[in-house]
Design a protein around this ligand. Structure first.
Ligand code: AMP
Ligand code: ZN
Length: 463
């Protein structure tokens, strides 16, 4: 029986979908103004584990992920500069180009890490009318008020505010910083729609004049559109619990009065060298940077799988080295198993299967499930152990079946047209025409190859 930890009830609960065999799931996606760092990617690996676990249990999934390509401000608050606008200014690109560039890189990262893409990818800028309609509905039902700079959700009208994080409003009031916006009724009231300064770079017509949506309304409008008023799972990083997801609940449930999300699931943070990841400390690595240092993206995936998703994970290069070596050993052993005749007693295989399933069903205890695999590969060499590993790999996503491939098959020659594009890209980079270089990289990716800059050249790899 599959059990997931539900942030809302603070306990593990038996999971079955509301609607027969299909699980409806919403996952908060990236704000596409920068490369995803390894912390972000840990969260997307966690979301992928949910998908793989559900598939392993025989469920179908209707998954939705948003791509925030607008109006997400520097902090969780409603003030400060738009992240997209800052990136656009710094890189001398339009916000649309910034969004396109980083969306492509995001999907490239997902592919490298064997992260399944949700069935529906919803861009915020494609859903402005839905968001406006949502804000209108909240307004008509009396849950909002207008100030000189926007439309705000009135949390005093939603007494359950704080139910997810367990924070009460008085605590929030005491902890709130000095308010910049004195027109707000309560410091935790949040913007549903912001009125745009004429210089604001992305803006749309609305019943309240030109403006742009608040961040939280995006997820409420899209989840309702694709998954309905009540759906099974909502996932995200733990940082989203106290503000973003509380605000989503308020928006979702104010009018309907119904529970909108049955299971809230949150992935813990990744730390680097025991501390916070931040650009100023220079410790926000990307997957391409790890590749440049000689790691395979799946070394990172394997590193993540060794810690339960609800525990903090401290990233160090020593840890990644250990994961790399351990993965190499695993693949080498599986290769030997793959080449041996079947000799493992059936009962043993079934026992391993049962232990694996029990681990996965216990709130995705993947470290324990990996332990089952590591015990199994100690059995005398036998092809059925290799097959067992590939069965388990439906959850791990470590390309374990590839372990049996002869080296040569894995390395096909790179086609001429890809090589030519790569040459063009190198020339563009030399000429410091980075926009063209990025465009060429995207073309190469579209044609099914990844481009990795390595010391003294470029590595092209089939995706
Ligand atoms: P953002 O693009 O900033 O909205 O972040 C994308 C996702 O990464 C969100 O779901 C965050 O919860 C998550 N995230 C941000 N920093 C970390 C971290 N250090 N460890 C794990 N997840 C993170
Ligand atoms: Zn969200």
């Amino acid at each position: 029986m599959l059990r997931f930890y539900n942030t809302l009830t603070r306990k593990k609960e038996v999971f079955t979908p509301l609607d027969g065999n299909t699980v409806r799931m919403y996952s908060c996606g990236p704000t596409v103004y920068n490369y995803a760092h390894i912390g972000n990617l840990r969260t997307y690996i966690f979301m992928d584990l949910i998908r793989r676990t559900l598939h392993f249990e025989g469920y179908k999934i209707k998954g939705v992920m948003n791509i925030t390509d607008v109006g997400h401000l520097m902090a969780d608050s409603d003030d400060g500069e738009d992240k997209m606008a800052v990136a656009a200014r710094e890189q001398r690109l339009s916000p649309w180009e910034i969004a396109e560039k980083y969306t492509k890189v995001f999907f490239e990262d997902l592919r490298k890490l064997n992260i399944g893409v949700p069935e529906i990818i919803a861009k915020a800028t494609d859903h402005i009318p839905e968001m406006i309609a949502y804000v209108r509905a909240l307004e008509e039902a009396g849950f909002s008020y207008e100030t000189s700079d926007g439309i705000y959700f009135d949390i005093a009208k939603f007494p359950r505010y704080g139910c997810l994080s367990g924070a009460n409003l008085d605590d929030q009031l005491a902890g709130a910083r000095v308010e910049v916006n004195s027109e707000k009724h309560h410091p935790a009231d949040f913007a549903l729609w912001k009125k745009a300064d004429p210089r604001h770079i992305m803006q749309w017509d609305s019943p309240w004049g030109r403006g742009y949506p608040g961040w939280h309304i995006e997820c409420s409008a899209m989840s309702k559109k694709y998954l309905g008023e009540t759906f099974d799972i909502h996932s995200g990083g733990v940082d989203h619990i106290p503000i973003h997801h509380e605000n989503e609940i308020a928006q979702n449930e104010a009018i309907t009065g119904k529970q909108s999300v049955r299971f809230w699931m949150h992935g813990e943070f990744m730390l680097v060298d025991g501390g916070k990841m931040s650009k100023s400390l220079g410790n926000t690595y990307t997957i391409s940077e790890l590749e440049k240092r000689g790691y395979h993206p799946l070394d990172f995936r394997f590193f993540c799988l060794n810690t339960h998703y609800r525990k903090k994970l401290n990233f160090t290069f020593e840890g990644l080295d250990a994961a790399k070596i351990s993965r190499q050993r695993l693949n080498a052993q599986l290769k030997e198993h793959a080449q041996a005749p079947n000799i493992t007693p059936r009962e043993k295989l079934d026992n391993y299967r049962a232990s694996f399933k029990a681990a996965v069903e216990d709130d995705m205890n993947v470290p324990l499930a990996l332990g089952v695999l590591f015990t199994a590969i100690k059995e005398p060499k036998s092809k059925d152990i290799f097959e067992l590993a590939t069965e388990f790999d439906a959850v791990f996503g470590l390309d374990l079946s590839g372990a049996a491939l002869p080296e040569k098959e894995a390395e096909e020659p790179v086609p001429e047209n890809i090589l030519a594009l790569s040459e063009e890209r190198i020339a563009a980079k030399k000429a410091k025409n980075y926009a063209l270089a990025d465009e060429l990289r995207n073309k190469i990716t579209e044609l099914g190859y990844s481009v990795v800059d390595v010391p003294g050249g470029v590595k092209l790899k089939k995706l």
